[in-house]
Design a protein around this ligand. Structure first.
Ligand code: 39S
Ligand code: MET
Ligand code: ZN
Length: 780
């Protein structure tokens, strides 16, 4: 029997970021809504065609989005908070995504442990007016193009509720939602759809068991529609929910076989005879090509235990870029072991064919040497496309792409030796916080600062494009960057900020920039991945030991500091964030990779100090996101994650003030770890979460300085002095005055100068008023 293949979602920004560009053009009034929707449609259909051409049997439909696929479902089910009721159509959709003057957007937060961000639904009681006609239109269009291969992806109700802000009890919410889901499935059934994927990734969160009755009730009701359902999970194993999830009345269950211990669960508890297993075996979260020697035996194990299964990526492919073959500037040895979305489709098809062939021709013989050129099945598919190619070094020796890569991947004895000789002292500052504080810079009470980046205007980007194309010299490029720094410093002085930044104009991205400076990192030309809405990142690829060969940030710091009497912060990206926002190696641990980066940053800290920096900020916005999805694994992660930050900062002199910055984070449950970072100042995103983040810190008795974000940087709205003041007033009630800083939620790179200047002036004004109210002028 032929093993089927499926996908659970595909990159949706467009191969050349068409959707991103159309969105931004639409927001700037350059194109109309028809043109925007047309672009999305074209990207969607191109995606379908790619999957069809690759030979995928069941193509997930409905993953393409204008901003966020969770928002799409919120919208379709009519879960529209009161403040957006006044708008309709696209205006409403984008108001929910981005806010409007005086109306805050939905909160944006991390999608599980990924660098994708979704908009948090707010669910209150009241009748729902659902409208999924856009979804039905797409499914029908997909049926025309793909026929039976079109498999709608519906976002599961339990996960929707688990990830929402709920203003009513779960039972009530579920009873409101079930009829809608039933109607939707009935409509899909009437279209002649053969199966529906229902995504319920919340099942892998550690609290899945608390939701058992809800899942049971929901799926019992949905089974009444009698349309086959594939219950899809990803990002981790089912853990303790495994046994009862297996009993849910669905036709298929999809599991992630690349993370957690789903394979062990299957082996231990078996898999139900009456269900099909979706085997998520091709890693959708990393960019390395499969190692057939590892994957095929796993599939064989599954074949022994499971009656019917299909092969698929471990999750939506939205977490990897489109096509590795476009990365022609990467060394061949590296490129040959890379696999982006298109290559992963080929891997899925390849594995399904291999396991089918294995079944028919060889019975249960392992197929480790499947790819030798004498394979009888060569004609069935083009294995060279997979680049699991064998290279002939001479007549007799042959080498796989992976073997060749391993010879190529840089290994550095010095850094490995350095890591071995670390002692606990290397992780600690010289003096405790209480003792070093008086040695550090003296500032007004409620000091004002920003998080680092200033608007990345299209002028700056165009400049970089011209420099990359060789149209302008390095000197001209640097001169132009300096002009930006100068303007940025002057603007901050004019706004009256106390601690300045250089603006990060030389950086495309806070992670990519450091990747470009460090050995052991590769970076792509087209490897874009959606981070949220129209915003994309090109995650660097760690492919060897990491070494710093020269200072990375010192020139810009020196220049910026030379322009002003006010202190300028040195600005670094921390090791944990570098790891979490890069594609990492699989041959050594993440801890080891983080420590290598920490060693490089340590040298940078020393160089910045030597250049006169009194304040150095080491950003760790991704610390929280890296937490394993199951709490029982938290300690292991937090232990090395906090240590790697401390390794990078521990070298700082007591008189150097170390800042760190985190956004999209909750801290309540990791407060002791945040404390253990031993950063002198922590700036946090806060305004979009109504001070909740701050309260978590203050309730936890946080003892160091906190910069409580008062300016939602993801909204084009300009916050007023009064808004920020009132947030500061309520927010800081529980914190001693000397612990408080005033700053925006995050960097300002996505904003426009016209928004930033008045907003920062208002922010400084708010700090001044606060000083008057508190009747204090000095910190200590
Ligand atoms: N890695 C990472 N993850 C993160 C964050 C972050 O800062 N970095 N922040 C949080 C939120 N996420 C964000 C992610 C991306 C952006 C962002 O602004 N991305 C930029 C791309 C940044 C970049 O690389 N810019 C290039 C420009 C590349 C480009 O678009 N060039 C144009 C040409 C230039 C033009 O005409 O504009 C082209 O190729 O077509 C540069 O500065 O050089 C974007 O999508 O627009 C913001 C926030 C969480 N996760
Ligand atoms: C996502 S955190 C961003 C921190 C960085 N320093 C910036 O201001 O952009
Ligand atoms: Zn941030």
């Amino acid at each position: 029997m032929k093993i089927q293949t499926a996908t659970l979602g595909y990159p949706r920004i467009g191969k050349n970021r068409e959707v991103k560009k159309a969105l931004e053009a639409f927001w700037n009034g350059k194109i109309g809504s028809q043109s925007l929707l047309q672009t999305v449609k074209e990207v969607e259909e191109a995606n379908w065609k790619t999957q069809l051409d690759a030979g995928i049997d069941k193509i997930g439909i409905g993953d393409t989005t204008l901003y966020d696929h969770i928002l799409d479902w919120t919208f379709r089910f009519g879960l529209i908070p009161e403040r957006f009721q006044q708008f309709s159509g696209l205006e409403r959709y984008f108001a929910m995504a981005r806010g409007k003057e005086g109306i805050s957007a939905l909160e944006m937060t991390k999608w599980f442990d990924t660098n994708y961000h979704y908009l948090v639904p707010e669910i209150t009681s009241g009748a729902l007016r659902a409208d999924w006609s856009d979804f039905i239109e797409r499914v029908s269009r997909a049926q025309e193009i793909l026929g039976k291969r079109a498999i709608p992806i519906v976002f599961g109700s339990c996960t929707l509720l688990r990830l929402s802000k709920l203003d009513l009890n779960v039972d009530t919410a579920i009873s409101q939602l079930i009829p809608l889901y039933t109607d939707l499935l009935t409509e899909l059934k009437s279209l002649g759809i053969s199966e529906v994927q229902i995504h319920e990734p919340a099942l892998v969160l550690g609290d899945g068991n608390n939701w058992k009755e809800h899942y049971q009730a929901v799926y019992k009701s949905l089974s009444g529609v009698e349309i086959p359902l594939n219950l899809v999970t990803y990002f981790d194993d089912l853990g303790e929910t495994y046994s009862w999830v297996m009993d849910l009345p669905v036709n298929a269950i999809s599991l992630d076989l690349t993370r957690g211990s789903n394979l062990e669960l299957i082996k231990t508890y078996g898999f139900p005879e009456d269900k099909r297993l979706g085997v998520g075996i091709v890693d959708a979260r990393n960019i390395w090509q499969i190692c057939p020697e590892e994957v095929i035996p796993k599939l064989e194990t599954i074949k022994d235990v499971v009656r019917e299964f299909e092969v698929q990526p471990s999750a939506s492919l939205q977490f990897v870029p489109y096509d590795a073959t476009r990365e022609t500037q990467l060394p061949e040895a590296l490129r040959n072991v890379l696999s982006f979305a298109e290559q992963k489709l080929q891997e899925v098809v390849f594995l399904a064919q291999k396991i089918t062939v294995c079944d028919a021709k060889y019975n249960h013989e392992p197929l480790v040497n499947f790819n030798r050129n004498n394979s009888q099945n060569q004609s069935k598919f083009d294995a060279t496309k997979l680049t699991v190619t064998y290279y002939k070094k001479d007549q007799k020796t042959i080498e796989t792409a992976w073997e060749k890569f391993r010879r190529f991947s840089p290994i550095n004895q010095i850094v490995q030796q350095q890591l071995k000789s670390l002692t606990s002292k290397d992780f600690e500052r010289n003096l405790s916080y209480d003792l070093r504080r008086s040695l550090q810079i003296s500032l007004p009470v409620f000091p004002t600062t920003t998080i680092g980046s200033f608007p990345q205007t299209s002028d700056v980007r165009k400049l970089r494009v011209r420099y990359k194309r060789g149209e302008i010299s390095q000197e001209d490029y640097q001169t132009a960057i300096k002009a930006q720094i100068l303007e940025c410093i002057r603007s901050q002085e004019e706004a009256g900020l106390d601690v300045l930044v250089h603006g990060e104009f030389e950086r495309t991205d806070m992670v990519e920039y450091f990747g470009q400076q460090l050995q052991g990192f590769a970076f792509t030309q087209n490897g874009w991945v959606q981070s949220y809405g129209s915003r994309c990142v090109r995650p660097p690829i760690i492919y060897g030991d990491v070494i710093r060969t020269q200072a990375m940030t010192v020139d810009e710091f020196i220049y910026a500091q030379s322009l002003t009497e006010k202190p300028v912060k040195g600005m670094l990206t921390g090791p944990v964030t570098m790891i979490n926002w890069s594609y990492t190696r699989t041959d050594i641990s993440r801890q080891e990779q983080a420590f290598q980066i920490a060693l490089a940053l340590r040298d940078e800290v020393t160089d910045l100090e030597a250049a006169g920096a009194k304040i150095i900020q080491i950003d760790e916005p991704a610390l929280r996101e890296g937490l394993p999805l199951k709490t029982k694994r938290w300690n292991e992660y937090l232990s090395w994650a906090v240590d790697s930050f401390k390794l990078s900062a521990g070298i700082a002199k007591p008189g150097t003030q170390i800042h760190t910055h985190m956004c999209y984070s909750e801290f309540g449950d990791i407060i002791t770890d945040i404390e253990r970072l031993d950063a002198d100042v922590l700036s946090i995103e806060n305004s979009r979460s109504n001070n909740e983040t701050l309260y978590e810190l203050t309730d936890g008795g946080y003892s160091k300085q906190v910069g409580n974000g008062v300016y939602d940087v993801h909204s084009p709205a300009i916050p007023t002095t009064e808004q920020m003041l009132s947030q500061l007033r309520t927010g800081i009630a529980n914190l001693p005055v000397k612990q408080i800083w005033v700053n925006p939620d995050c960097g300002l790179k996505t904003r426009r100068w016209e928004e930033v200047i008045p907003a920062l002036k208002n922010m400084v004004e708010a700090a001044k008023k606060l000083r008057e109210e508190a009747n204090v002028t000095k910190g200590d």
